[in-house]
Each structure stands twice: as structure tokens, then as C-alpha cells.
Write a protein that binds this ligand. Structure first.
Ligand code: EPZ
Length: 445
């Protein structure tokens, strides 16, 4: 990678002087999780395509590097627009270290199986919140005729798939899985005959990947419902420009940041219906949520308005997104009384609670449930971003805290938040990036 700012190995921290209500307008970037699926899907196309509204974040840059390592041509037109030509792909193998840097590298299994009939891919990386199996992905490939798709076939961390030919099949997903839905959809686009995915995930990014593939010539129906039907086609002609949807989770994070600081922020370039689970909960808590066509304003009528506790349970879309769980816990800390958060998607997604406790949070987390007791305010501290969304939650808490906080391992946050320092500064936050050399315990608040 040429751009040092995307060297996710190099540790740096965010220094945040909190306690100022955020005010003003902020724009949302393209969706990380949609863009990752769409870029993988672009690897299957039989001609070039242009992607717009691609977020300028490190996970995307890793994904582009991976595509280039396969031989694909990726040309940047501007920081959000890329022309991708997969016709230069010359291998079906992706086994280098880049693969284990991100979760979405597993989409190359479906994409290369579809394109080449073979895929040899290292197991993916991604945030660590417990067991992240890929058994459903492999089951789908197996039912479509691929060999090498049993867990016991994984050889030194490499999945070697081969399907000659790849055939459509009826696939029931035992658990609603975003990744398995997208991976199956990718492979099925080029399989012979019809595939039906039953109990499919319905997240906005599933629909976005399906819309992209259909624009390229695929035949996918029902994306966004729990049954997706795909009729395989021999060729995906491409030659189309496609714009990625806005990032639901980035938007939700800024909604929380506005609320937790007692601010008044209008968040633009989002899809309000995607935000409904969070908007509904914030209204229940007493926040004002004003929806425009592609914006949401978050504010409180009066600084003295009571903030009510509530209970939240994460679940697949249209349920409450697990990727907004840590940020929402920060918000629940501001309620007067006890709230409850039930994490229904991931086994171990409360690892950040001990960091939040250093900032004054009063939370009891056990297995998948956290009880959150309201506090009068956060205090500044030095805390570690244990993963991407946990890091975003700590940023929200630090923005609300009086004093100077340091969020270490901030490169984890930059995996998914475009230009977070610039965006937050634009609505009045005092945040800057400090390198490890500049950051020492003496700086601790
Ligand atoms: C995607 O992960 C997102 N990542 C995650 O966002 C998000 O938390 C998750 O979906 C749920 O919404 C990307 O899109 C790159 P799953 P994914 O397959 O696809 C179980 C972020 O912060 N499961 O929907 O890996 C699994 O253990 C990231 O942006 C199996 O049992 O998640 C989990 O309990 C973090 N077997 C549940 O399904 C499988 O084969 C949902 O996982 C696959 C999944």
C-alpha cells in the first residue's frame, strides 16, 4: 500500500478533549459492508465497471490490494470512485497475509468459484468477538457441487474449493448470516440453473450487492426478503457505473455522538428507513429525531429533558444492528435508571465494557446481556479500541467526557470510519490523531 495513513499496523491514538455539544451538519460516506461485497462481486464481472461513493477507509484499501493481487486492474478516478477491470485476473488463489486482515476477504470464495470454478483462499480475519465460523458458507458451496467445502478439508488455514461445474441448489441457512447470504449469491450468479437461499439475511448491503450484480447482468430476485432466488447466467457483461449506498452504521454512530454530547446535529446522505431501529430507541429515550428525505436531525428539546432507560436486543435486519450495540450502550449510560442490552448476534461483543468502565460507566455484562446503570457523565481516560465499533463507542464516550481522553489502537476505528477526525471536527469536536511517539502516559487525563 502506498498511502501510509492506511498502514493499519502502525499504532496511533485519538486524543479527544470532550465535553462540548456537537452542532452542525455532517455527511455520511458509502457503506463499508456494502462496498466490500460489491468489490468482491466486481471480480466476477466479464468487463470493467465503475464504482462510486466508495468509502475511503482502510478495509476497502485492503480489499482493493487483494483484488490487485489476483491480477485485477483497479484505477482510482477520485478518492470515492474506482474503475475496476477483473478481466485481467490470472489466479484463483488468495492466500497471503492480506486475506487475514479483513473479514470480507471470504467473499473471494464465492466470487472466484463463480468466475473460475475454483478458489483457494486463506481463512479471513476481522474483528474478534468470539467464534466466527464459516460453516454455512461452505455448506452452500458444497450443495452447489464444490469439493473441498467440508470443515475438515481446510488445509493449513486454506480453503481449496473446486466445482466443475457449479450448479444451482436449494440452500437453507440455519442461522441468518450476512456473509453466507452474499457468498452464496455471488457463486449462484454464475452457477448452472437456479439457486434458492432460504432464511437469507435482509440487510441493506445484501440488497446493494444484489442490485450491483443485477446491473451487471445477473438475475437475482427477492434480495431484502428471506428468500432470494438466483438464476445463473454464463456471462455478466458489466460496463456499468454503480453507486454504493450510505453507511447505516456510520450514520448511527454520529446520531449517538450528537445525542450523548447533548448536541444538535443533522446527519446527511443517509437512508432514514435504514436507521429506524436506532431512531425508534432514541425517541423512546426522549431524544428528538427529525427525519428529512435523506437526513436525520438529532437533538434534545431542553438540556434538562429526562433521558429514559430502555431495553435493546440486537438481531438481523430489520432488527437492531449489532454493529451499533457498543455505541448504543454508551448512550444508555446517559439514561436515568437501568437499561438492558441483549446481544443476540455475536457470542462475545461486550469486551469493550471494561474500557468504558474506566470512563465511569456502571455496567454489568454477563455472557450476552449487559445491564447499564445510568451515570451523571463520563470521565476522561486512556482506553483501548478493542475492535472497530467498540472504538467508535469509546470515541462517543470521550466526546461526552470532560477532559482529555486517549483512544489507543485507533487504526481499528479507521477500518470503518472515513475521515473521522475531519468529520467530527466539522461539528465542533476537539479530536486529533497522535502518533505513539507523541503519546505517552504523561498525557493521560
Ligand atoms: C457481517 O459479518 C458484518 N461484516 C459484521 O460487521 C456484522 O456484525 C455482521 O455481518 C452481522 O450483521 C461484514 O459485512 C464484512 P454473519 P458476518 O455471518 O457476515 C453466525 C462491522 O463492524 N455464523 O451475519 O461475518 C455467526 O457466528 C462488522 O462492520 C455461523 O454460525 O456475520 C454470527 O453469530 C463486524 N456460521 C451470526 O451467524 C457461518 O457460517 C451472524 O454472522 C456464518 C455465520
Amino acid at each position: 500500500m502506498t498511502d501510509q495513513k492506511f498502514n493499519i499496523e502502525k499504532p496511533y491514538a485519538y486524543e479527544i478533549k470532550g465535553g462540548t455539544p456537537l452542532r452542525g451538519d455532517i455527511d455520511i460516506s458509502g457503506s463499508k459492508n456494502a462496498a466490500l461485497g460489491v468489490i468482491a462481486a466486481a471480480m466476477m464481472v466479464d468487463g470493467p465497471c465503475t464504482l462510486e461513493n466508495v468509502p475511503d477507509i482502510s478495509d476497502i484499501h485492503v480489499m482493493f490490494e487483494l483484488c490487485k493481487s489476483l491480477g485485477a486492474t483497479v484505477d482510482m478516478i477520485d478518492i470515492h470512485t474506482y474503475r475496476i477491470d477483473p478481466t485481467t485476473i490470472n489466479t484463483y488463489k488468495a492466500s497471503g497475509a492480506l486475506v487475514s486482515k479483513i473479514r470480507a476477504s471470504y467473499y473471494l470464495m464465492g466470487a472466484l468459484l463463480g468466475r473460475c470454478g475454483k478458489a483457494s483462499i486463506r481463512l479471513p480475519g476481522g474483528c474478534n468477538f468470539g467464534d466466527r465460523p464459516i460453516d454455512l458458507h461452505l455448506k452452500a458451496f458444497r450443495l452447489m457441487g464444490a469439493t473441498g467445502a467440508k470443515m475438515t478439508d481446510i488445509d493449513s488455514g486454506i480453503v481449496n474449493l473446486k466445482a466443475e461445474p457449479l450448479c444451482g441448489a436449494k440452500i437453507y441457512l440455519d442461522i441468518v448470516s450476512v456473509g453466507a447470504t452474499i457468498n452464496t449469491m455471488l457463486a449462484a450468479c454464475k452457477a448452472q440453473g437456479k439457486t434458492e437461499i432460504i432464511n437469507a439475511a435482509k440487510e441493506p448491503h445484501i440488497v446493494d450487492v444484489a442490485n450491483f450484480l443485477n446491473s451487471m447482468g445477473a438475475r437475482i430476485k427477492g434480495a431484502g426478503t428471506d428468500t432470494i432466488k438466483i438464476t445463473g447466467v454464463p456471462v455478466l457483461p458489466g460496463n456499468f457505473t454503480y453507486s454504493i449506498i450510505p453507511d447505516q452504521i456510520e450514520a448511527g454512530t454520529y446520531m449517538v455522538a450528537a445525542a450523548v454530547t447533548g448536541g444538535d446535529v443533522t446527519i446527511h446522505n443517509l437512508i432514514p428507513t435504514h436507521m429506524e431501529p436506532l431512531s425508534a430507541k432514541m425517541r423512546e429515550m426522549g431524544y428528538q429525531i427529525e427525519e428529512g428525505d435523506d437526513s436525520i436531525r438529532v437533538y434534545k428539546n431542553s438540556p434538562d429533558d429526562e433521558i429514559y432507560p430502555t431495553s435493546v436486543k440486537t438481531s438481523p435486519y430489520p432488527g437492531f444492528p449489532t454493529d451499533l450495540q457498543p455505541q448504543t450502550v454508551v448512550l444508555l449510560c446517559m439514561a436515568q435508571g437501568q437499561s438492558r442490552m441483549h446481544e443476540n448476534v455475536w457470542q462475545n461483543r461486550f469486551q469493550y465494557v471494561s474500557e468504558l468502565t474506566k470512563m465511569g460507566a456502571n455496567i454489568n455484562a454477563f455472557e450476552r446481556v449487559a445491564w447499564i446503570n445510568g451515570i451523571s457523565g463520563f470521565r476522561a481516560a486512556t482506553v483501548e479500541a478493542t475492535d472497530l465499533r467498540a472504538g467508535a463507542a469509546l470515541v462517543c464516550a470521550a466526546l461526552a467526557a470532560t477532559g482529555t481522553s486517549y483512544i489507543t489502537r485507533a487504526m481499528r476505528i479507521d477500518r470503518g470510519y472515513e475521515h473521522i477526525v475531519k468529520k467530527l471536527t466539522g461539528i465542533g469536536a476537539n479530536i486529533r490523531r497522535v502518533n505513539v511517539e507523541e503519546f505517552s502516559e504523561d498525557n493521560e487525563a
